[in-house]
Design a protein around this ligand. Structure first.
Ligand SMILES: [Zn+2]
Length: 293
């Protein structure tokens, strides 16, 4: 699925899409009773009718501006050690890299990698295993990081998480990492917005060209049922209250505008417009009649 925004081309490329947990296992407030009123529009795309499980794709956005080829988030990747999420542990398919190639971009062509935050499903393909060593997958890219997120990833590593060691440190050691502020602006087309809460250094990436704007919001929102309930923070938000406040502020800022919101884990096509300023938000999908809310 492609979105054209002035001089910018955005391709949404999916790595996986499998039913995950039951909603309340990730979102304690989303009990069966609480979620029941929304099932009519959540099924079948966002909630699997057979199992009741949430469907959250893992995907990247390939962005081509007049000057750059950029990846926004890099999915889970291969051979990564993540036993706590079996679907992410030691994957071994190359469909993401093949599908990026099918869109006309080889790994060598990518000149910028931007991770909204450093969880595995957003940073995994930063590196690949080559002759037993973690090597940057995109050898000619600059990978942008911010200090808060790097510090957090290092802290997680001290508690046993593998992302920093496998998907971040090798990039830094190869000299491809670049430290930027959370409100860094690359140029007139690409800039960041601090959106802390899911993690301390979480950022949204804004894209603008020809009067059109889009924002890739990472994990500041995970599931469409958080639109009517921005306060439903998942257990994997670092600071659930801060994440809820950030989510509501963000939704207010984009609701009822022509800004395209590029989500990470909403079902395909994942891109669309937020409506319902003042609360009770919903989502109108790009190019489809699928409306959430
Ligand atoms: Zn995620």
């Amino acid at each position: 699925m492609t979105l054209i925004l002035g001089d910018i081309r955005i391709d949404r490329i999916e790595e996986s899409r499998e039913p995950g947990n039951l909603p309340h296992e990730d979102f304690p407030d989303a009990t069966p009773e609480a979620i029941a009123p929304y099932l009519e529009w959540l099924e079948p795309a966002a909630i699997d009718p057979a199992s009741g499980r949430t469907i959250m794709p893992v995907q990247t956005y390939l962005v081509r501006t007049a000057h750059r080829t950029i990846l926004l988030d890099t999915c889970v990747g291969n051979h990564k050690n993540h036993p706590s999420t079996p679907a992410w542990n030691r994957r071994s398919d190359y469909t993401l890299i093949e599908d990026i190639a099918a869109a006309g971009v080889a790994p060598e062509d990518v000149d910028l990698v931007l991770c909204s935050h450093l969880h595995l499903d957003h940073a995994g393909w930063n590196t690949r295993l080559e002759d037993g060593r973690w090597t940057p997958t995109f050898p000619n890219a600059r990978y942008l990081f911010n200090r808060d997120e790097l510090d957090f990833a290092e802290e997680q590593a001290r508690q046993g998480d593998s992302v920093y060691g496998e998907s971040v440190q090798p990039v830094l050691e190869a000299g491809l990492g670049e430290m930027v502020a959370k409100d860094f602006a690359l140029d007139d087309n690409v800039w960041l917005e601090p959106t802390e809460g899911h993690t301390p250094g979480h950022v949204a990436t804004w894209l603008g060209s020809g009067g059109g704007r889009a924002v890739m919001c990472g994990d500041l929102i995970h599931a469409p049922f958080q639109l009517p309930h921005p306060e439903w923070s998942p257990v994997y938000d670092w600071d659930r209250a801060m994440a809820a406040a950030t989510r509501r502020r963000f939704l207010e800022s984009v609701a009822d505008t022509d800004i395209f919101v590029l989500t990470q884990h909403f079902p395909a096509p994942s891109m669309g417009h937020v409506f319902g300023k003042g609360g009770g938000f919903g989502f109108r999908y790009h190019g489809r009649d699928m409306v959430h809310g």
